[in-house]
Design a protein around this ligand. Structure first.
Ligand code: GDP
Ligand code: IMO
Ligand code: MG
Length: 424
């Protein structure tokens, strides 16, 4: 068996949680390979909405093993809160969750550093979720980070104090007030809580599962345009959100990757700062935000909205080797008489391209749009693809042709059941 990878092709929040939950009965294992509590993955079924941050979205299916891989950064305090929120459901989380001993730990002082760095950037701030993601990955790369396995060692407190002291010194150079006492107490309590779970060598775990013919789904967080190498740098997150990240974040060889599912919204959103070529500042953008309930699942911030961006999608499909596309939130466009698709960019020298320039911050691009007639009707009673209105069918076929990749799922609502399979 191979590992299938599911990832977002835009700036995050494409609906990954919903689709992982939908697909998970086909898999034995669901594994997160990067990111951390900056993620907010929403699942909806039986009239209840759940938001997961660090726990993989297979957790509600009783027979599925869920893995938090070495590429993830984990905040024990948020972890404890998330697990406690699951208590009232029949999830069997202690049996079904496996955490890599190599997962990096987010310390209370990492969160403070995130806040201090953002404040110092002023109006150039990244718009970070302030969960300590950047500073934790920074320490990983600097080879000074603490990992989940360290909590089992006798001198964990010593290691913690050494790193914290370093952080406190850095913080002294910043105009940033803080009181770490309460969060630190919660941190140590949560570290004890974490010890109750299965802390494993997840690279062996995953490869043993593969050898035993288990099917594995790797669940991406964030989106390709937030990737630290290929995203809209420097307005990105600090991990590789791409398919390649599944290899390094789980310990899977590249030749073990099977399908790559690329998921995107029928339009486009972004939360936080940074370039967004097709962003709409008018009532159409506001309407998309309202219809799509576009507010961050982690921070509650309003998401910026705009039309779909094909140059950006083509780029993400190329980099990830996407084999199937899933289009989300088609229903949000139900109310529009006209729908636009950005097919190319016009650059400052007036040339036209469908490629992304290396920099989108100083290099301004003007989107060139193709207009489509909207379907302008509810999709509520739709249960099969052949019931789709002609205009929606045309929209999908156009995207598929331009993106040269089949669209095999169309999502028309947040619930598990509002998912339409399409034969391709
Ligand atoms: P993720 O981070 O990629 O898992 O996505 P989020 O959960 O942050 O954001 C997606 C939002 O859209 C959530 O509120 C979902 O419940 C919702 N959603 C997912 N699919 C659909 C859909 O097809 N239609 C509508 N209207 N909402 C959807
Ligand atoms: P999911 O998995 C949308 C954005 C932040 C900010 C930038 C850097 O739910 O799709 P960070 O806290 O990572 O240092 O923030 O990245 N961001 C996300 N945007 N969805 C996410 O995750 C995100 N995770 C981070 O808003 O602009
Ligand atoms: Mg999200």
């Amino acid at each position: 068996m191979k590992v299938d990878v599911l990832l977002g092709l835009q700036w995050g929040d494409e609906g990954k949680g919903k689709i992982v939950d939908f697909l998970s009965p086909k898999y034995n294992v669901v594994a997160r390979f990067q990111g951390g509590p900056n993620a907010g993955h929403t699942l909806e079924f039986d009239g209840i909405k759940h938001v997961l941050h660090q726990i993989p979205s297979g957790i509600f299916r009783p027979d599925i093993k869920n893995v938090i891989g070495n590429g993830v950064v984990l905040d024990p305090v948020i972890f404890k809160t998330e697990i406690e929120a699951l208590d009232q459901y029949n999830t069997n989380v202690e049996a079904n969750l496996f955490i890599s001993k190599k997962t990096q730990l987010i310390l209370p002082s990492h969160r403070l550093l995130d806040g201090a760095y953002e404040k110092a950037k002023g109006d150039k701030k990244i718009g970070s979720t302030l969960k300590g993601i950047g500073p934790t990955y920074q320490d990983k790369i600097a080879r000074v980070g603490l990992r989940v396995g360290d909590i089992l060692s006798d001198n964990f407190k010593e290691k913690y104090n050494k790193l914290k002291t370093k952080h406190v010194e850095i913080l002294s150079y910043y105009d940033f007030e803080y009181d770490i006492t309460e969060y630190e107490a919660q941190f140590f309590e949560a570290v004890e809580f974490l010890k109750k779970f299965k802390l494993v060598d997840s690279e062996y775990f995953i490869n043993n599962e593969l050898n035993a013919n288990s099917s594995i789904l790797a669940e991406g967080a964030q989106g390709s345009l937030l990737d630290v190498d290929f995203g809209s740098y420097p307005y990105v997150t600090s991990s590789n959100t791409m398919a390649a990240g599944a290899c390094t974040g789980l310990g899977i060889a590249p030749n073990k990757i099977g399908e790559v599912f690329g998921i995107f919204k029928a339009y486009c959103t972004r939360v936080g700062s940074g370039p967004f070529p097709t962003e709409l500042f008018d009532e159409v953008g506001e309407r998309i935000q309202k219809e799509g309930h576009e507010f961050g699942a982690t921070t509650g911030r309003p998401r910026r909205c705009g039309w779909i961006d094909l140059p950006a999608l083509k780029y993400a499909i190329m980099l990830n080797g996407v084999t199937q596309l899933f289009m989300m939130k088609a229903d949000v466009l139900n109310v529009f008489e006209e729908i636009k698709v950005c097919t190319h960019y016009k650059l400052e020298d007036n040339s036209i391209t469908d490629e992304l320039p290396h920099d989108l911050v100083d290099q301004k691009v003007e989107p060139i749009y193709k207009s489509f007639k909207g379907w302008n009707m509810s999709l509520e009673s739709t249960t099969e693809y052949n019931q789709f209105p002609t205009e929606l069918d045309e929209y999908i076929k156009f995207l598929e042709k331009e993106l040269e990749t089949p669209i095999s799922i169309v999502s028309i609502g947040p619930d598990r059941t509002e998912t339409i399979l399409r034969k391709v």
